[in-house]
Design a protein around this ligand. Structure first.
Ligand SMILES: [Zn+2]
Length: 424
């Protein structure tokens, strides 16, 4: 058993934050050797039960759940910060040419190592990641994640049309490859597989239908794609699939909306789309730094809440501009505040944090597994230093309550705030 003593943040089932200024976290290995939380709460109340155990004491630090990134492209690590006139030119000019390099397994393995190092440095312990259309890019990512004992989910991109040579795949073969990768990686140690159509315009109806059939055969496997990010993209999708009620409806018509299906962006949905998200159990990966960078628009938090659809936060690197969950949470705050097209909201700091931890885990169907530090959870966590920089120290010292402490870290924090990332 491991005992840790520090300030401790976790979440109740209703999403409210639980905070112990002097907290105890106890972990012990399960039958597979994965460390799980066996106790979490106030030191005073729990310490006597664990008397005699050695204690790791981190005074002045905050133990918090490892962050969960609901949408990220591992091959776009080197595309981050590429300027373009919006989404479609950005794909053509930077992203597709770069992703073609992942045909080389050695290149893919090198980027996978850097990518996972960068997630860890930023306190991200679970990610739902796109690879490229090359099956070897999935093997590279999964092998490296397995060696690090990560709970990571990823998949081979499906894109059999409107894509240049080097990234375009073949309909039949892409589906065979997807199923082979599910058998190779899904459920191996902590890994999971996600069926990954890039977005409707780059897949033929046959490829999307095939993906939907695979999703039906493997209900425990995830689905990830993009929807309703940008108005030009939406127009294009509507032209290509005129029979569907909406862009989101294309995925529904192909059997690609269900629990464990995560759709990046979901900016320009209507209320019928949002109801479809709720009814099917699909969830949105809100990607605010990407949406601000590419000028795509603002996720409508109030409408999502009204509809009861699930959502969580994502970096969307490389359209997104940072691996840091602090940058993403701050950008989500900006997106909520936007008040020109609708009444602006001030998203509470605890709610921003929940969206990137327990809320994101819930969107994945992994509540009680990751993204939280309640008893039974796998013990992926971060040790944060609220005094990591002079300004952060000054500001957090003046915090009067949990909301002020968390908001100071959201606004001023970055990778320097993450002192340690512990994998279960
Ligand atoms: Zn994306």
């Amino acid at each position: 058993m491991h005992l840790y003593r520090s300030a401790l943040l976790r979440f109740a089932d209703d999403g409210s934050a639980l905070y112990d200024e002097d907290g105890l976290l106890a972990t012990a290995p399960d039958e597979r050797g994965v460390q799980r939380v066996v106790a979490a709460g106030p030191w005073q109340a729990l310490a006597a039960r664990h008397a005699g155990q050695p204690v790791t004491h981190w005074p002045g630090r905050l133990i918090a759940p490892g962050f969960v990134d609901l949408h990220i492209h591992f091959p776009q690590t080197d595309v981050i910060g590429s300027p373009a006139d919006g989404l479609l030119p950005w794909l053509e000019t930077y992203t597709f040419p770069h992703e073609s390099r992942f045909a080389d397994p050695a290149y893919a393995a090198g980027v996978a190592r850097f990518f996972l190092d960068e997630l860890a440095r930023n306190g991200v312990t679970t990610a739902l990641a796109f690879a490229t259309s090359h099956p070897g890019s999935v093997d590279a990512l999964m092998a490296e994640a397995r060696a690090r004992r990560l709970r990571l989910i990823g998949g081979k991109v499906l894109q059999d049309r409107h894509s240049p040579d080097g990234v375009r795949d073949q309909t039949e073969q892409s589906l065979i490859d997807t199923e082979a990768l599910i058998h190779r990686w899904h459920g191996v140690d902590r890994l999971g597989y996600a069926i990954t159509p890039r977005f409707a315009p780059t897949s033929t109806p046959a490829q999307l239908a095939g993906a939907g059939e695979i999703a039906a055969r493997h209900p425990g496997v995830w689905i990830q794609s993009h929807v309703a990010e940008n108005v030009d993209e939406i127009r294009w999708a509507r032209e290509l699939f005129p029979a569907s009620r909406s862009y989101l409806g294309v995925y529904g018509d192909c059997g690609l909306l269900r629990e464990r299906a995560i759709y990046a962006h979901c900016i320009h949905l209507d209320d019928a789309d949002r109801a479809l998200m709720r009814e099917t159990g699909a969830a949105a990966a809100v990607s605010p730094t990407s949406n601000l960078f590419l000028g795509s628009g603002f996720f409508d938090y109030a409408a999502a809440e009204r509809a009861g659809m699930a959502y969580g936060l994502a970096s969307d690197v490389g359209g997104g501009t940072s691996f840091s969950p602090f940058r993403t949470m701050l950008a989500a705050y900006y997106v909520g505040r936007e008040g020109q097209t609708r009444p602006g909201l001030s998203l509470a700091p605890e709610h921003l944090w929940w969206q990137h931890t327990a809320g994101a885990a819930q969107a994945l169907g992994l509540q009680g597994v990751v993204g939280n530090l309640q008893p039974g959870c796998e013990a992926d966590f971060v040790v944060l230093n609220p005094r990591a920089t002079p300004l952060l120290a000054r500001r957090t010292q003046a915090a009067q309550n949990l909301a002020e402490l968390l908001f100071a870290m959201i606004v001023l924090g970055d990778d320097r705030t993450v002192e340690r990332t512990v994998i279960a």
